[in-house]
Design a protein around this ligand. Structure first.
Ligand code: ZN
Length: 484
């Protein structure tokens, strides 16, 4: 029997606020343990939470960008459970009336198989818990420490419907979602620092069946690679269990990236285990329609929309449009648009972005947010190449300078003597000299040894210190060597 996987993802994204969701403590990453704490986020008796308005704004922004319905009246709820990193004994979250519902995120199906609109079930706001640090070695081995810096940091939980049919689709959804959040400026998308985290619900069912199988929840899959690996392993494991006549147990499983397998962690809780009830310390949240409209008006162009526009408006192939808009700093696409206002050849410009610019960014030679290169200078440089005023190699040299120091490409070209010789008389004079100096090679060329053209080109370029216009040099050489 063939089995097909059914996957849904729950993403926790840390909202980019300066202070926590219910107190004034800083959300800065990397501070000494328990540095950013106060009686509120430590859950002392008698304290009351005060909602951070910016959290709501960023959550609404997220919901609107993902096409959700935003509830004008939503409600806070307590999720009750005991764990050392949760000092209050409950987490303030949203349960019955979440802020956003019924959204979608379009993704590209793997292998160019078209588009899929992944449904988003709900987005709600909640506070993060602290962090337990288990001591593995030293005198304190076997003990655990708790850091509450993260307790009360604002999150949105984004829950997809079980619409994803393979690990590759799950990975594409996760990448697409991160691109959107980063572009919106609501989350930095940093998986290593835990500000973008993912759990997956996965089950398998016989192909053609309509009833979902028993699902397991996978935790600790905090990289794009781990998501694919963990799902791959878990899907195969469930199919094996079913094929050997067993039953999949509903449980939470932990992914071990070293062993590349999932392991049972605990039996999965049911919702009633959490004893959800409306949060008595916070009023239901009422949103002003005008404020929501203001947030909607301020939404930027999303990466996928920009990619489709680049294909349409500039006639770029999908591969280029995607490289310039998805999984990169959104500022790349903005810069591309700016240069295109002054320059006509989108394909050539895309090659420069994907070649020289991306290489410099990757190698750390330049940072996009402190780039000295302006769109004017970029366009002017490409103009110099197109008019054959400079060679491609010279252009790359000027480009490197523009990245670090900025400036006017024409002036840099003059100052360094990089201007290419396109004077036909000058080129002819040098070629005549070179042919006269190498009569034997010229005779062999004329008697059919055409590969000697490379030798002559090299000699001419050397004589012209690399500044000869290569197209003109080549044409003139062939003409002169051909006629004897
Ligand atoms: Zn605090």
């Amino acid at each position: 029997m063939e089995y097909v996987p059914v996957i849904g993802l729950e993403v926790h994204a840390q909202l980019l606020t300066r202070s926590k969701i219910f107190c004034g403590c800083s959300t800065e990453f990397g501070a000494p343990p328990n540095h950013h704490t106060c009686p509120i986020c430590l859950g002392m008796p008698g304290v009351l939470p005060v909602l951070n308005r910016r959290v709501v704004e960023l959550a609404v922004r997220t919901g609107l960008a993902l096409g959700c319905e935003i509830r004008a009246l939503s409600q806070w709820a307590r999720t009750n459970y005991f764990y050392p990193d949760l000092p209050k004994g409950y987490q303030i979250s949203q349960y019955e009336l979440p802020l956003c519902e019924h959204g979608t995120l379009p993704i590209d199906l793997p292998g160019g198989a078209g588009e899929k609109r992944v449904r988003i079930k709900r987005i709600h706001m909640e506070e993060d818990a602290g962090k337990n640090i288990h001591q593995a070695g030293g005198a304190a081995a076997g003990t655990s420490l708790v850091d509450f810096n993260r307790a009360g940091v604002p999150l949105v939980e984004i829950v997809s419907e079980p619409d994803l049919g393979s690990p590759e689709e799950a990975s594409a959804y996760l990448k697409g979602l991160r691109d959107v959040l980063v572009t919106l400026g609501v989350c930095n998308g940093n998986m290593e620092q835990g500000s973008f985290r993912c759990d997956a619900n996965v089950s398998v069912m016989p192909a053609g069946a309509t009833e979902l199988g028993t699902r397991t929840e996978l935790k600790n899959i905090n990289s794009f690679r781990f998501v694919r690996e963990a799902l791959d392993f878990e899907i195969k494991r469930q199919i094996e269990v079913l094929r050997s006549g067993g039953k999949v147990v509903q449980e939470t499983r932990l992914y071990d990236p070293d062993a590349r397998r999932t392991q049972s962690m605990r039996s999965k809780e049911e919702a009633h285990d959490y004893r959800y009830f409306p949060e008595p310390d916070l009023q239901p949240l009422r949103l002003d329609a005008g404020w929501m409209e203001e947030i909607r008006t301020g939404l930027p162009e999303l990466p996928r929309d920009r990619m489709l526009r680049f294909e349409r408006q500039y006639g770029l192939p999908r591969e280029d449009a995607q490289a310039l808009t998805c999984d990169v700093d959104p500022a790349v696409g903005v810069l591309f648009d700016e240069v295109m206002r002054r320059y006509g050849d989108a394909k050539k410009l895309a090659n420069w972005f994907r070649g020289e610019l991306f290489r410099a960014l990757k190698d750390g030679e330049a940072r996009l947010d402190e780039l000295k290169l302006t769109s004017e200078a970029f366009a002017a440089l490409l103009g110099l190449v197109d008019s054959a005023a400079i060679s491609l190699n010279a252009a790359k040299e000027v480009f490197a300078t523009l990245l670090k120091e900025g400036g006017d490409p024409a002036k840099i070209v003059e100052a360094r003597g990089l201007r290419q010789v396109s004077d036909t008389q000058e080129i002819e004079r040098v070629i005549d000299e070179v042919i006269a100096q190498h009569p034997d090679e010229a005779t062999r060329y004329r008697s059919g040894k055409k590969q000697l053209l490379g030798f002559f080109t090299g000699q001419v370029m050397k004589a012209m210190k690399g500044k000869g216009n290569p197209v003109l040099v080549n044409q003139t050489l062939q003409r002169k060597l051909g006629s004897s």
